[in-house]
Write a protein that binds this ligand. Sequence first.
Ligand code: KG4
Ligand code: ZN
Length: 337
Amino acid sequence: MPHILAIESSCDETAASVCRDGTILSNIIYSQEVHRQYGGVVPELASRAHLQAIIPVVDEALLTANVSLDEIDAFAFTQAPGLIGALLVGAAFAKSLSLACDKPLIAVHHMQAHVMANLIKTPQKNNTPAFPFLCLTVSGGHTQIVLCEDYLKMKVIGHTLDDAAGEAFDKSAKILGLPYPGGPLIDKYASEGNPGKYKFPEPKIKGLNFSFSGLKTAILYFIRDEKIKDEKFIEDNIADICASIQSRIVSILLNKLKKAANETGIKNICIAGGVSANRGLRRSFEKVGIDEGWNTYIPPFEYCTDNAAMIAITGYYKYLSGIFEDLSVVPSARAPF
Ligand code: KG4
Ligand code: ZN
């Protein structure tokens, strides 16, 4: 019954989790507040906040799991991709624990971990996808369609050529004057709006790749023009604007996912990453799944946005395969998997 302690520090969440034999025992997330006033994540402040938070967060993960440090069989950490200073804090901490406790060290790829969140079983969600499956991974920095042939055996078959889906949400929110991160706020306003009110363009990108920069520009010009006519345009129409933006982002994502499913013939389909917490995407994904005859899988909310439970489950499968690193392993801001 291996116990894995996992650390996630790639961006602005300091997180730690303990899993036993693939079951998550604790999932502690500290979301750094310091960035709010700047309208985005400030890398240097993120590194400093990780330094302050990492000991209490790891302590709490052990305490909640009711597991002591000497019961841990391996230490997993996010190695890539992410903010380099932020990754360094988690990597150095995991290495120190591995050295001090004389237990193996496991490096985890953050985007692979988002996909693996679908393999976490909970009392409410006991079914996990069988291989092969496709995963639409949508986060603040990435938008990928991933073909998963086996645990840890994954191939990116589609990706964004410019902005990520999360950026499309956050940048649209910024245009509307909403605070960072705007994705959850667009989700909130959209729930009361009419998604068919305003029509935004769908880019014509070949194959399974995505593009969101044209949509962002279209939204920017649309809002600028409407505000010239009526300075209270955003205020008076926020719900319909958000619903229309969200509906277009979701349709761009799901149309490509449908294409990927048709081309590969795969019917087990998952979503993952921060944007998979979006209620519009979750609802439409389920609906498309019924229409297309897919078996659909969505991680619980707490495993969609950045968390260490997904690092722990990935670490667990690496542990079973004996994939360990020595202390010379270094984090990387960008790295394919
Ligand atoms: O996976 P994640 O937590 O961090 C990265 O790895 O980037 O994703 C963060 C992104 C942000 O862009 C945030 O606005 C978006 O996920 N997000 C959402 C929602 N919750 C988080 N976007 C739309 N609707 C949401 N409910
Ligand atoms: Zn993430």
